[in-house]
Design a protein around this ligand. Sequence first.
Ligand code: FES
Ligand SMILES: [Fe+2]
Length: 406
Amino acid sequence: MREEHRQTLVHTARDMLARLDNNTIDLAPDILSLAASLYSDQSRFEQENMQLFRRVPLMLAASCELPEPGHYKALEVAGVPVLLVRSADGQARAFLNSCTHRGSQLAEGCGKAARFTCPYHGWTFNNTGQLLGVASQASYGDVNKAELGLVSLPALESAGLIWVVLNPASTLDIHSFLHGVDGLLAGFDLEHWQPYHQCTLPGANWKLAFDAHMDFYHLPVLHRDTFGPTISNLAQYYFHGPHQRLGLMSANSVEQDGLHSLRGLPEQEWPTNALLFGEWIVFPNVSLNCFVAGERIMVISQVIPGDTPDSSLTIQTYLTENKPDADSEPKVRELVDFIQRVVGEEDLPMSRKQQVALSSGLLPQVQFGRNEVGLQTYYHWLEQALAAADDAELNQLFSAAEPLSA
Ligand code: FES
Ligand SMILES: [Fe+2]
């Protein structure tokens, strides 16, 4: 990783260690109240799909899900069917997963293919999106194949992750949106990891499902039977543009990489693994959380809005740094089952219970405490991104160090 990024991580670790000693976190100046309709209103939901999910870069896959030329992954986000492919030249590309004849989807799930044959009338495309063949061309009529390639979506692969903008005409600057967070995440070297497991878990409104990832306040209460009642409920938040990192303010059984192991070591010897400790939030809907259980395990959670304001899907992708062997496999499996249970049986059922009350319209507001400064900041970015008139304003927003004032 680049020296400037290492220095940022060292600075954060130094700050975390000092905070662990005196158990202090930065607090927001005030408690924040937001309208509860945020989680149930249909027009707000549509605005989020169009103004957020269809405009800002979304982290849609880990590079190791498409390890070789020909690998593809199809998924649907905010009403857009997306086809991610690794082309013959090794580049990750994104297309609308839609045949240019009459729109049929070309692929589902994941796999490897040299070309895509449309399941409807049989047109074929290669994995750089070119139209190769029109079925029964003689009777179909003349086609300018160069004009009927797949609709290409802007994509960027960095730090072993793939970002896509669901707008072919986007002028958004993905680098300024990332604000260097990809340079920090590069420390994980994720392009050399491998997929271990993937699952999809249903939840309520996507923000209810996602904001639990930025909330450590609930850990010892909701997760008293899994993480235990003595886990700290304090997070120190570090901001990188709209993205953030959470450090848990105590050592405990779920501490990922032993920040304490840095004590007594000169800073230039601090290992990158320990410097990356904590949870990473990639705006607007992805969290990355690294655990150690037999192997280093990365849990990537993508929260995708459902078809209605009160539903979402959380896609959990588990990567391991090394392929588990006979010794590590049971520990990896146990951790994966544990995280799946915590989110699937504790967090997401909670989101569905919140949803019923919020959708009733009888609770006017929800509250975010001074300790929940990460959530307060996240919602501020969200409002700013929704309010931006166009990509030019979004570029201005994301290239500024702080969210522009309203
Ligand atoms: S819709 Fe694809 S070949 Fe007709
Ligand atoms: Fe939780």
